[in-house]
Design a protein. Structure first.
Length: 180
């Protein structure tokens, strides 16, 4: 375990089981549809990679990058689109892949923006859900696991761009991110 991690919440083995289960459900739900999987960068990259390995359907993959955190542990509330998707959404069933659904502001902004581009449907799959922090009116259609109101890192989630490469989800020690 990394010295800056207080506790492991989701192990490597549990992550594998979660992505396999969600992939099987999504395969069933999207059979016969034109699926576009859109990863929300940067945090979703590991989850999207493992999830799509378990989706047994032809699918397109694209990415969008948005930010409302910057270098903070709290959302600013202002969502900035840094990289937009490249695909025309007409005819596609869009599945947004998110690492964590926290306040919901960023994801709500992305969903609203993409819904104006004529997709057949938009759904959300999130690895982690933190419903206690939700301020925007949004829910994920597929959830890996609920997590407590702690600052978590690993498997794509970061603090100030570090810890994404941890192979598990862990609670970051407060002294790492609290100002002294």
């Amino acid at each position: 375990m990394n010295k800056d991690v207080e506790k492991i919440l989701v192990t490597e083995e549990e992550l594998y089981s979660i992505t396999k289960k969600l992939g099987e459900i999504i395969t069933n739900d999207y059979a016969g549809k034109k699926l576009l999987v859109v990863g929300v960068l940067k945090g979703s990259i590991y989850f999207l990679t493992d999830l799509t390995r378990h989706i047994d359907l032809p699918c397109h993959i694209d990415f969008i990058q948005a930010s409302s955190y910057g270098e903070s542990t709290e959302s600013s509330g202002k969502v900035e689109i840094i990289k937009d998707i490249e695909k025309d959404l007409s005819g596609f069933d869009v599945l947004l892949v998110e690492d964590i659904l926290d306040t919901g502001r960023t994801l709500k902004h992305i969903c609203d923006m993409l819904s104006e581009r004529n997709p057949e449907s938009i759904a959300v799959v999130t690895l982690l859900d933190k419903p206690s922090r939700r301020v925007a009116d949004i829910k994920a259609d597929y959830v890996g696991v609920d997590v407590p109101n702690e600052f978590v890192v690993g498997y794509g989630l970061d603090y100030n761009q570090y810890y994404r490469n941890l192979p598990y989800i862990g609670i970051l020690k407060r002294q790492v991110y609290e100002k002294q």
